[in-house]
Design a protein around this ligand. Structure first.
Ligand SMILES: Cc1ncc(C[n+]2csc(CCO)c2C)c(N)n1
Length: 229
């Protein structure tokens, strides 16, 4: 059993909860409330900006050129490819992508980004990868689950989104990160392995929470307090 397979097994409860989340199921059914999609894109645009910065932090912790090249490729991927699923969501609700950019992160997305930054700043390379891996891994499995369950045709409103994440490019990213993690884990102390597992589980939980945040349109209290009392 590899370290990354252990991680997957230990967190299958959260993976399962992500697949059944109403936002994720709504993507499969082709029916997500417009407000939830807007809230998601606003937060995810800024989340991806932070993700790029964290890949930069990971490069600064890398000594091996293959790691540097991988993180560099991922920065390109987030910059140039991950805009496609966002465009798909925007088209489905008839909103211009530009209008959903530049918003402050809601609490859960803010927490998620800072959790990854914490591990990128204070942790080893293995720990950083553990904090980052649930991001491609859960999306890959969401894509595959939705493909299998709903078999979307190309006129499905979220066909492009589902295809994008079920694709082999996201599979390759996940596999590369898993393999590197498995290598690094063999040299990690028990204490480091514990921190790695905690970083991974917390990111899985925050992936679920990110869907929930978008679905419930979570905001900072000050936005709600205005005029409520
Ligand atoms: C909250 C949230 N989690 C995961 C992704 C998906 N994702 C983000 S970066 C990346 C590629 C990693 O190199 C992938 C697959 C997302 N868009 N938003």
């Amino acid at each position: 059993m590899t370290f990354s397979q252990d991680l997957r097994d230990e967190n299958s409860d959260i993976f399962q909860a992500i697949f059944t989340h109403p936002f994720v199921q709504g993507i499969g059914k082709g029916n997500v409330p417009k407000e939830a999609l807007e809230h998601y894109i606003k937060a995810d645009f800024e989340y991806l900006n932070a993700f790029i910065q964290i890949y930069g932090m990971a490069i600064s912790k890398s000594n091996d050129r293959r790691d540097m090249a991988f993180f560099n490729d991922q920065i390109q991927f987030v910059l140039h490819s991950e805009v496609h699923p966002h465009h798909n969501f925007c088209e489905s609700i008839g909103v211009n992508y530009d209008e959903l950019q530049g918003y402050a992160l809601p609490p859960t997305a803010d927490h998620y980004v800072k959790h990854m930054m914490y591990h990128a700043q204070t942790g080893t390379l293995a720990e950083i990868i553990c904090a980052l891996l649930p991001c491609p891994w859960t999306y890959l499995e969401i894509g595959k689950e939705l493909m299998k369950t709903y078999k979307p045709a190309d006129d499905h409103p979220f066909y492009k989104w589902i295809r994008f994440y079920a694709d082999e490019s996201v599979e390759k990213i996940t596999t590369t990160m898993r393999n590197r993690l498995d290598e690094l884990a063999t040299e990690a102390s028990i204490m480091e392995q514990k921190r790695m597992k905690e970083a991974f589980r917390k990111s899985c939980q925050l992936e679920w929470s990110f869907w929930e945040m978008a679905y419930t349109r979570e905001e900072w209290p000050d936005a709600k307090l205005v005029g409520s009392r």
